[in-house]
Design a protein around this ligand. Structure first.
Ligand code: NI
Length: 160
């Protein structure tokens, strides 16, 4: 297991649409372990594979007080409601922005054993699910800012 380098803007890997994982082999298991280490080393609650330079549809999420979850080929099935909230990203450190996200999000994905899983997230989990699946499509929270005034410089913030 290893802590990997976090890719930051303007690294083009962050803007590419990531590829589906067709086979969950040892290299994917190692990637997931390294992504969890990297997320923890950076105090993150979510991380997407493009953020470590791997253009594959893999994300990890670790909510406070919960076990880490790996999402392979995640798809957002449903979004409901709207919340205005603050967001940050490890790939764009030192900033914090206010954007609108769904209140509840339903996602299906495969877990690291290849089983289909469904997750329903509210509030913070909904935000993280949208943030990480966005990364797999080359989208960053910056793309959701309604105006440049919604972006602020910060000392430290919870980063995903
Ligand atoms: Ni991010």
């Amino acid at each position: 297991m290893a802590v990997l380098e976090i890719r930051k803007l303007p690294d083009p890997v962050l803007r590419r649409k990531a590829k589906r994982v067709s086979k969950i082999d040892d290299s994917i298991q190692r990637l997931i372990d390294d992504m969890i280490d990297t997320m923890r080393a950076n105090n993150g609650i979510g991380l997407a594979a493009p953020q470590v330079g791997v253009p594959l549809r893999v994300a990890v999420i670790e909510m406070p007080e919960e076990e880490p979850v790996a999402l392979i080929n995640p798809v957002v099935l449903k979004r409901e409601g709207e919340q205005l909230l603050g967001e940050a990203c490890l790939s764009f450190p030192g900033y914090h922005g206010e954007i609108k996200r769904a209140l509840t999000v339903k996602v299906k994905a495969q877990d690291r054993q290849g089983r289909e899983i469904r997750l329903k997230g509210e509030d913070l989990l909904a935000q993280v699910l949208e943030h990480e699946t966005d990364h797999l499509n080359g989208t960053l929270y910056l793309d959701h800012l309604e105006s440049p005034e919604a972006l602020h410089k910060v000392e430290a913030a919870q980063q995903t």
